[in-house]
Structures are given as C-alpha cells and as structure tokens.
Design a protein around this ligand. Structure first.
Ligand code: HEC
Length: 177
C-alpha cells in the first residue's frame, strides 16, 4: 500500500511536470521573431546581424574607423552601378522620420525595387521585427540628415563615386554560373 502511494505520488509529480512543459510550450510565440528586453534592443540586434549598415552607412576608406552608431544609417552617396543602373542606399533616418511605423512595415513588406537592396530578406521578416527596426532607427540621436542622390537608369554614368558591380569576363574565363 505504501509503495503504491509512493507510486501514485511520483505519477502525480510526473503529471505536474508534463503540465509545466505544456504551459511553456503554450507561452512560445507563434511567429519566428527576435525577442529582447525592449523593441529598440531587438532592432539594434537585427540591424547588426542583417548588415543594414554595410550599405546604408558609409564605409570610408579601407582601414578607417567605423562610423559611430549615433551617426549610422544616414545613407551613402557612393552609387551601386550595375546592369540595373545606379542605386544609392537610402538615408534610413530620413525614411523613418517621414513614414509612420505602419507605412514602414508596408514598405518593407511590399516593395521589390532595384538591387542591391536585399528586398526579399526584409520582406521575409516578421512584422514585429520590422517594427523593432523602425523603433531602433527612430531612437538614434541627432538630425535625420540629407537625402542620398537619385538613382540613375541603366547605361547612364554616375557623376558621384560608385562601385562597379558589372560582371567582368577575363580572357578565357568560363561563362558565369
Ligand atoms: C547590399 C546593400 C544593402 C543592404 C545590406 C541593405 N540595403 Fe536597404 N537599400 C540598398 C539600396 C541600394 C537601396 C536603394 C534601392 C533603390 O533605389 O531601388 C536601398 C533602399 C532601402 C529602403 C528604401 C528607402 C526609401 O526611402 O526609399 C529601405 C527601407 C531599406 N533599404 C531598408 C534596409 C534595411 C532595414 C536593411 C537591413 C535589414 C537594408 N536596407 C540593407 C542597399 C542595401
């Protein structure tokens, strides 16, 4: 009898453990998104790991110190020149200053513009991540700054500095794949 009470007790504890686990599973968010202490921290983390600064913050000359975070994401006047024409990574401080958070989410969810902006990657983000990025950019100190130059159609040479992203074919090279 004693043994069976023990057994019952253990079974009960196991059941409680199972309930706890079930509760933890229920608490897991349905969507895949970044969770941090604040949305601004989540946005900072997302911007760091997805490389928005690689294009939207000037890189300067090789070896020059990185742009401080407070001055980041104001875009760059160095064009990306390729078969699509020339595009300039926008000043995201200005974009977010001129858009509501909902309009920003809409832009990141629907736009499919020219390279080399990774639109497919931002479209795939959960809306909560898009909102976190918006809140992070809006939290950066200082004035939004100036707009970047307008993009150019294919074939037109830029008058600003630019990176040439056209494929070059050295003599005898196999076709690109
Ligand atoms: C590889 C370079 C590159 C990276 C990385 C990149 N962008 Fe861009 N982005 C661009 C370029 C170039 C444009 C301009 C495209 C055009 O003119 O069609 C642009 C445009 C945009 C625009 C449109 C702004 C406007 O006002 O029209 C948004 C919003 C944007 N990027 C957000 C982001 C975010 C958020 C990240 C990080 C998740 C990011 N970008 C990463 C290159 C990049």
């Amino acid at each position: 009898m004693r043994i069976s009470m023990w057994t019952a007790g253990l079974a009960g504890m196991a059941l409680l453990g199972a309930c706890d686990n079930a509760q933890i599973r229920v608490a897991t968010p349905d969507a895949t998104r970044v969770v941090a202490a604040t949305d601004i921290e989540a946005g900072r983390y997302l911007v760091q790991i997805t490389g928005c600064n690689d294009c939207h913050t000037p890189r300067g000359a090789p070896g020059s110190p990185p742009v401080p975070e407070a001055d980041s994401l104001r875009g760059t006047g160095v064009g990306f020149y390729g078969p699509w024409g020339t595009t300039y990574a926008a000043n995201l401080r200005l974009t977010t200053a001129n858009l509501t958070e909902d309009a920003w989410v809409d832009m990141l969810s629907t736009r499919d513009a020219r390279p080399i902006m990774p639109w497919a990657s931002v479209r795939a983000m959960d809306d909560a991540d898009k909102r976190a990025i918006y809140r992070y950019i809006r939290s950066l100190p200082g004035e939004p700054g100036e707009a970047v130059p307008d993009g150019l159609p294919p074939g037109q040479m830029p008058t600003t500095p630019y990176e040439d992203l056209n494929i070059k074919m050295p003599a005898g090279a196999p076709p690109p794949r």
